[in-house]
Design a protein around this ligand. Sequence first.
Ligand SMILES: C[S@@+](CC[C@H](N)C(=O)[O-])C[C@H]1O[C@@H](n2cnc3c(N)ncnc32)[C@H](O)[C@@H]1O
Length: 284
Amino acid sequence: MINKEAVLTSIQQPMQRYRDHMLADLKDWMPLEDAARLLLEGKPIVYEEYIPDFRPLIKMMELIVEKAGGPGWDWADPEIRRVFKEVAEGNIYTLFSEVIVDMLISIMKRVPVRTVVEVGTGPGTVTANLCRTMVENHFEQVPIVISDRVPFITQVGDTLRKAYPSLSISDFIWNVRERAPEELTKKLAHPVLLFERFCMPYTGYDALDTIAPLGDILIIVDDLSLTGKKYAYDQIYGKIGSQFLLFEKAKHRLEKYFTFIHACDREAAEAIHSPVITFTLAVK
Ligand SMILES: C[S@@+](CC[C@H](N)C(=O)[O-])C[C@H]1O[C@@H](n2cnc3c(N)ncnc32)[C@H](O)[C@@H]1O
């Protein structure tokens, strides 16, 4: 049985940091929505009119709109990988990444986690940050399992193992629309701390049925709508198969597996006029 109070205490400080940053630097999420609307209308974007934090996100939306008429979206496409890497290394994604890692480490300090699992690892930007912080905090005894649908995960695994030789890192090709491969589940010692960032919109709620049974604590870092209203931003991401997800629906699915589900950044979302929350926590 996981101590829910300990988990909640763990996320307090990272969430405070997130809220402070959002309120101080971004203040308002709506200019990003305005850029999305311009892109949908085929109008030019004057990048200088947007705060630097938003620019990589706008560039990503521009690439999606540009590629939408083409043969399809492929995360393994080198141009897509390059632009997404820019997004992932930009200030907003970096903040998301730092906050997730803060949450994970803080939980590991209070709960005796025996495996950390990431799904939809992609280029491994969050993972690299996690590995560095785990070494700094002497969590070498906790194995890390990373996974993604695309075979590139093997290269990501190799790079991380080379950079962090003291950690135990295993990589698996796992399409989370299907059950986890047995070789992966065999690696899991419980309690398992499981997380993902920006993967679920490409898999839909059904992925929760394959992911949730594996984890004792789950952190989902995805935009989940609080209001149900769709924006231009959602329409653009819809072009690459990104689904519009509702917090209430995800919560309902998660309730099959977890006894405690929490929208961690509800207060911050409201403060910056964002209709979505980004950090959801679930505990068994
Ligand atoms: C937006 S990227 C996020 C990558 C990484 N989590 C990050 O935040 O930097 C989405 C990732 O989800 C992965 N993905 C999409 N559908 C998937 C599926 N069905 N199973 C596993 N991974 C999937 C993609 O391959 C891609 O690496």
